[in-house]
Ligand binder design. Sequence first.
Ligand code: SAH
Ligand code: SF4
Length: 356
Amino acid sequence: MPHALIGMEVADLEQVLGPAEPGYRARQVYRGLYKQGVRDLTTLTSLPRELRTALRGHDLGLPEVVSYFDSRDTTRRYLLKLQDGKTIETVLMPEEGRDTICISTQVGCPVDCKFCLTALLGIERNLTAGEIVGQVLVVMARHGLRPDDSRLNVVMMGMGEPLLNLPNVLKASRILLDPQGIGLSARRVTVSTSGIIPRIAEFGGAAMRPKLAISLNASTEEQRRQLMPITRKYHLRDLIEACRVYPLRTWEKLTFEYVLLKGVNDSCTDARRVVKLLANLRCKVNLIALNPGPGIAFERPDDARVAAFQAIVRRSLPCFVRKPRGLDIYAACGQLKRTTEAHPLVAPHAALLNLN
Ligand code: SAH
Ligand code: SF4
C-alpha cells in the first residue's frame, strides 16, 4: 500500500525514501509538498530522475472536493471526500483584510453538546495529520491563497473535538506552522476545544503550537453540565484552573467562546458570572448567538440581548460578537453535518440572514 505523502514530516519522508538517499532529499520533497505546493512530484526537477520515478507510486492523499455551496455572504462550504470514502466539511470565509479557513479534525464528534449539529453525527473516526493539513492545501490551491500575505487564518473549529485527536492535530499544526512547511504564523492558527482538561496541559507543552480557544458556553457548573455533558467528567472549576496554569506566550491570550442561547445562558447575571469566572485570566471573549438547525432545541437571542450581554462583559474584558457566516448554506458554527444540499432556511431563521 503506497503511503499518502501529505501529512508526512521530514523524518517520515526519510523513511519512505530509504537509507540510500541523502538526508537533504527528504527536505526537498517536504518543501516541494508544502512550501511549493507541487502536486505532481515527477515535476520536481531538483530531484534525480530515478527518485522521481520511484515516488510516482505514492499518492499525495489529498481530500477530494465532492461539492461546494456558496453563501450570499461569500462564505463557501466544501464537502470533501477522504480516501476511505468518508466525508468532512471545510469552510472558507473571505473577509475584508483576511481569509479564514475553518477545518475539521474528526469525522463527526463524540462530545455531545446540546446546541451543536455535529454532535448528532456521533464520531466515526479521527482524521489523520494529512487529512487535517490536506483541507488547508486544497482550499489554498483552489482560491490562490498564500500563507505569507498575512491574510490567511486557519481555525480548527469545524467538525470534531481537536484535543481528542491530539497527536494528529499537533503533527498537522507543526506542518502548518513550520517555516519550511506551509509557514503560517502561530498567531494566525487557532485550535478550539470543548475543554478536555488533561489534553490542554499537553497541548500547552508542545513547542510548536497554535493559539487556544476554549468553548465556555455556560456561567455555572450546573448549566454547563446541561449544555455540555462532558462537564460531568471535566468540571468547569477544573477547566478554569487548567486555563490559569496554561503557559501563554508573551504575545498570546486565551479566547473563550460563548454560544448565547435564548433564556438559557444569556442573562445579565450570566454575563456577570462569566466576568467573575475569567477574572485574572489573560483572555478575550467571543460571543456567538446560536446558529439554529433542525433537531436543536434552543433559540437564538435577539440582538438587544446579545448587546446587553456584551456590554457587561466588555467592562472587564475584550468581548466581541462573532457574525454568523454562511448561515444560508449551513456553514456557520455548529451547523456542520455534511448537509449535501443548501437547504433554504425557513422563516424565522431566514430573517437571520439580514444580520450579515
Ligand atoms: N469541538 C470544538 C471545535 C468545534 S465547535 C469546540 O467545541 O470548541 C466550534 C465552536 O462552535 C465552539 O465554540 C462551539 O461552542 C460553537 N458552536 C457549536 N454549535 C453552535 C451553534 N449551533 N451555534 C453557534 N455556535 C456553535
Ligand atoms: Fe463537538 Fe465542538 Fe460540536 Fe461540542 S461544539 S459537539 S465539542 S464539535
